[in-house]
Design a protein around this ligand. Structure first.
Ligand SMILES: *[C@@H]1O[C@H](CO)[C@@H](O)[C@H](O)[C@H]1NC(C)=O
Ligand SMILES: *[C@@H]1O[C@H](CO)[C@@H](O)[C@H](O)[C@H]1NC(C)=O
Ligand SMILES: *[C@@H]1O[C@H](CO)[C@@H](O)[C@H](O)[C@H]1NC(C)=O
Ligand SMILES: *[C@@H]1O[C@H](CO)[C@@H](O)[C@H](O)[C@H]1NC(C)=O
Ligand SMILES: *[C@@H]1O[C@H](CO)[C@@H](O)[C@H](O)[C@H]1NC(C)=O
Length: 311
């Protein structure tokens, strides 16, 4: 019983540790969403004399130096009928619509630069281009903050992203388009013409390769991405610690299970041996007054009376 309990406790430990990377993914999703909200706020501040269909360059707070943002306000009908020929790296075709419907919308552009690895770490991969974001918001109130994103979808041709200054693909690796949707899911697809990715929805996009070296070099247009590596290493350390502890716990659990099974078999065979013995020599219970007591039906060694001894 005690062993079974201990095994169950071990199982709990295993489940807990296998959940750890998941938990850290959850919190980093929160970080991403908080960044999107902050950048929406700062991008909207770029609209001093808002004209439709014009790219406005935004300013980021000092603590996010290295990130570039822009904002463009559009009539929903114009976006659907004409698209946007070129909005930074994004080429938006016609037949892109938003849900829920708004009369005017703002497309916020993000270039995360040397912060790409900080906010969008991709274990086992390294970026050949910065992570770019394209997100759509209601344009009715240009001083609104914490706006929810509108869901934009391309129902005809996909939206194209033409990355600039893509780092050369290391020999023996294949570059992949990476897309992150707002729920935190990641998809990989093929790169077209060396630098073009496509999507039918908003989100964050980049080009990455599987890293050959054990530690991927973070993308950095500036020479010192100090915080970038640290944060990524931190989550990596967590994953490693989690896996090791999880593995150890699993081993312990297996050990206890084997031990328990062994004990169980031993107990069972002992019981069987007892049973077999019982069959061979059944102890019949006889009542002695109120209590029952085992009584032998016969005695194995017949008592011999000395006097009967006949030589
Ligand atoms: C950066 O600064 C802004 C404004 O001062 C603040 O709201 C935000 O929380 C800070 N973000 C980070 C990631 O430090
Ligand atoms: C867009 O914002 C305006 C003004 O804040 C609001 O009245 C309208 O309901 C919003 N539209 C959607 C779809 O959220
Ligand atoms: C726009 O948003 C700001 C900030 O949330 C709010 O104070 C203001 O009342 C809103 N204006 C309209 C017209 O909804
Ligand atoms: C990834 O692909 C799935 C299935 O095709 C799709 O439902 C999801 O929206 C895609 N996510 C991204 C980030 O493109
Ligand atoms: C990115 O580069 C800027 C300088 O261009 C620097 O101030 C900032 O700290 C860097 N960000 C990271 C995450 O290293």
């Amino acid at each position: 019983m005690g062993l079974l309990f201990r095994s169950l406790a071990m199982l709990f430990v295993v489940i807990w540790f296998s959940r750890l990377p998941d938990l850290s993914a959850q919190s980093s999703r929160g970080q991403k969403r908080a960044l999107d909200a902050l950048l929406q706020d700062y991008a909207y501040r770029a609209f001093v004399h808002p004209k439709t269909g014009v790219t406005f360059k935004g300013m980021v707070p000092l603590n996010l130096t290295g990130i570039q943002i822009a904002a463009m306000r559009l009539r929903s009908g114009s976006l659907y009928r004409r698209g946007v020929a070129m909005y930074k790296e994004f080429e938006i075709p016609q037949d892109v619509s938003e849900n829920p419907y708004v009369e005017r919308l703002v497309l916020v552009y993000q270039n995360l630069g040397n912060w790409s690895m900080v906010y969008y770490p991709l274990p086992g991969y390294s970026y050949l281009a910065p992570v770019l974001g394209l997100l759509a918001y209601n344009a009715s109130n240009l001083s609104a903050t914490n706006l929810p994103e509108l869901d934009i979808r391309a129902s005809g041709d996909p939206i194209k992203i033409k990355f600039q200054d893509v780092k050369p693909t290391p020999a023996g690796t294949v570059a992949k388009c990476v897309s992150f949707d707002l729920d935190g899911s990641v998809n990989f697809s093929n790169v077209a013409s060396g630098n073009i990715c496509s999507t039918i929805q908003q989100g964050h996009f980049s080009i990455a390769v599987e890293s050959i070296a054990p530690s991927p070099a973070p993308f950095s247009p500036s020479p010192t991405p100090a915080g970038a590596g640290k944060k990524n290493n931190n989550s990596k350390v967590w994953i490693i610690v989690g896996s090791v502890l999880g593995g150890l716990a699993l081993l312990a659990l297996l050990f206890f299970l084997v031990l328990w099974a062994y004990k169980y078999r031993e107990k069972k065979s002992l019981q069987q041996m007892e049973k077999a013995a019982d069959v061979g020599e059944a102890l019949h219970m006889t009542s002695v007054g109120d209590t029952k007591a085992p009584a032998a039906t016969f005695t194995r060694t017949q008592p011999t009376i000395e006097s009967e001894y006949v030589p």
